[in-house]
Design a protein around this ligand. Structure first.
Ligand code: FES
Length: 102
């Protein structure tokens, strides 16, 4: 069942930062990119590297291992290394806490 789960306080995530959190047994990466919140699977679809800490520019995050860029809005990758999108999740703010629908 998909339901919003609390992740962590909004104040703990700066702009253009990412933080991993386990929700419902899934490794989720919450990102703030250009001021907006996104949540994606924290596992690159190329060779399964964790994306936490990857460079965020605009609404894209770069995988720290080989640099594939993923669009945080829909999970779609750029370039040739992988064509498989990341799973994406709805995210919202509730009383200062980031919540993700997992
Ligand atoms: S594991 Fe992410 S680009 Fe290769």
């Amino acid at each position: 069942m998909t339901a919003f789960q609390p992740a962590f306080p909004d104040a703990e995530l700066g702009n253009n930062e990412s933080r991993a959190v386990t929700l419902n047994g899934r490794n989720i990466l919450v990102c703030r990119a250009a001021g907006d919140l996104y949540a994606v699977e924290n596992r690159c679809t190329h060779q399964e590297a964790e994306l936490e800490g990857g460079r965020i520019r605009g609404c894209f995050i770069s995988c720290p291992l080989h640099g594939v860029r993923f669009d945080l809005r829909d999970g779609n990758p750029m370039g040739q290394l992988t064509r498989v999108p990341l799973s994406t999740f709805e995210v919202r703010l509730a009383d200062g806490v980031i919540e993700v629908a997992v």
